[in-house]
Design a protein around this ligand. Structure first.
Ligand code: M6P
Ligand code: ZN
Length: 191
């Protein structure tokens, strides 16, 4: 009987660190060995320690993947560093349900949210603690860490959005975030 009963929540979010604790929370890790072909300089990536952590993601999934009408809530932790001259970053994806949107917000560290539309136009916006980013449907998204600390970013997206990695695997983003003279610079991937 739930009527008139009082409950403690079964999950918690540490607002300072982004850490999710409680039931229905999963954590996945992407190591350098999982990111073959993601960075421009594959030779540099292959020479790195393959079991080095690139990023990890905690997700609260109160409903199954693909569930219509539900929401997922996550925290991404992207390690600092470079692969060649390119900042450490996530794989990036379109949503399988291409119209599905997503919110990101900065929690700790400084990064860039790299965005690309279906026409192949790529741009980026700074992610800082407290910054809020609405990612519309039909826009691929990836996070890069441009600071010396772990980049921590919150996310909320529809449970039926899904991840389309295949389009990015086939074509990539049309621009890459490189460190040039110590500064994050978007560079045309074709050059
Ligand atoms: C955010 C969300 C997740 C995503 C994760 C890592 O937490 O967008 O859906 O899985 O970032 O990004 P990617 O899946 O592109 O590696
Ligand atoms: Zn997404």
């Amino acid at each position: 009987m739930k009527h008139l009963s009082l409950h403690e929540p079964t999950q918690s979010l540490d607002l300072a660190s982004g850490k999710l604790v409680g039931s229905e929370i999963t954590e996945s890790r992407r190591l350098i060995q999982d990111l073959a072909g993601v960075f421009a300089d594959e030779v540099s990536r292959s020479k790195m320690r393959q079991d080095q952590l690139a990023y990890r993601v905690q997700v609260h999934k109160p409903v199954p993947d693909g569930c219509d009408g539900g929401l997922f809530f996550g925290t991404s932790y992207i390690e600092a560093g470079l692969v060649g001259s390119e900042y450490m970053m996530t794989k990036g994806h379109f949503h399988s349900r291409i119209d599905a949107a997503e919110y990101y917000w900065g929690i700790a560290g400084i990064g860039m949210l790299i965005l690309m539309n279906e026409s192949g136009e790529t741009w980026a916006e700074y992610v800082r603690p407290g910054s809020l980013h609405y990612i519309p449907g039909r826009v691929a998204h990836r996070l890069a860490n441009v600071s010396k600390d772990t980049l921590v970013v919150g996310a909320c997206w529809p449970s039926d959005a899904g991840h389309d990695y295949s389009t990015i695997a086939a074509k990539g983003f049309t621009a890459r975030l490189m460190q040039i003279n110590g500064t994050p610079t978007l560079v045309d991937a074709a050059i």
